[in-house]
Ligand binder design. Structure first.
Ligand code: TMP
Ligand code: ASP
Length: 237
């Protein structure tokens, strides 16, 4: 498949057309953003690390029967994906309290959440990705009730697969965000799964090994992503 013109540049990835209208090329850049793009920095190796990380996770999810847009990794920083019509709703599952949940509810960071929670956010940087619900999504036409139900089911299925995978590497999957889209009418997992869009802690020490290292200025961001990858069997050479 031939790469064609750039269609869109997001905060961390750029999207290119191909000669097949059903497929796109995702280019994972080194750019790193936090606080809805308020803070941007380029971190060497990040594009390569996240591209490989995402490919590994998407393959695991596909093996578990979850429909994803991922086709194959094309190079260090590029992957071929199905072209989805994206749904502008972010699905977040939390196994442990952290981040905006702690701020919003005043609960204790690190508190285990049983059962895990499910939240929806609108993908809209200008409005700082506000929390929404099924009613708002339906009324404003962001997603239908049927689509939301399917997204919720798939997001919890991802939890079962990934909690186990990370636990085998001595890691706690604290929370994560997924984005979905439609491919020929079917709900399919899109975007990426990498330490940019989830929280991962060392299961013993609870050391943060995800983008919170960048958000909180802890340093060693990419080293932490690579450490996580190494523990679950990803090679980065
Ligand atoms: P939060 O605690 O900021 O609501 O985020 C929950 C999880 O979802 C965390 O792992 C970060 C991820 N997330 C994103 O990556 N991008 C987003 O826009 C949102 C709302 C969450
Ligand atoms: N993904 C959002 C951003 O890049 C939010 C965050 O990660 O803090 O700005």
């Amino acid at each position: 498949m031939e790469k064609r013109q750039e269609l869109y540049a997001g905060k961390a990835k750029s999207v290119f057309a191909t000669d097949d209208p059903d497929y796109l090329v995702l280019h994972f850049r080194d750019d790193t953003s936090a606080f809805d793009g308020e803070r941007m920095e380029s971190l060497a190796r990040k594009g390569m690390v996240n591209n490989r990380f995402n490919a590994f996770i998407m393959e695991k999810l596909a093996e578990a029967g979850i429909p994803t847009h991922f086709e194959k990794r094309l190079s260090d920083t590029e992957s071929l994906v199905k072209r989805l019509e994206m749904i502008p709703v972010e699905c977040v599952v939390r196994n442990v309290a952290a981040g905006s949940l702690v701020k919003r509810l005043g609960v204790t960071e690190g508190q285990s959440l049983t059962p895990p929670t499910f939240e929806l956010f609108l993908k809209n940087d200008a409005q700082h990705d506000p929390m929404i619900n099924e009613s708002l999504a339906e009324t404003f036409g962001w997603a239908t009730p049927e689509q939301l139900a399917e997204m919720k089911t798939l997001t919890f299925r991802v939890n079962e697969v990934l909690k186990r995978l990370f636990a085998e590497g001595g890691l706690l999957l604290v929370d994560y965000k997924l984005e979905f889209g439609l491919f020929k009418g079917e709900i399919v997992l899109g975007d990426e799964f990498s330490p940019d869009g989830c929280r991962l802690w060392d299961a013993e020490t609870r050391e943060k090994l995800d983008k919170d290292r960048f958000r909180q200025g802890l340093g060693g961001v990419i080293e932490a992503y690579e450490e996580v990858g190494r523990r679950i069997g990803i090679g980065f050479d």
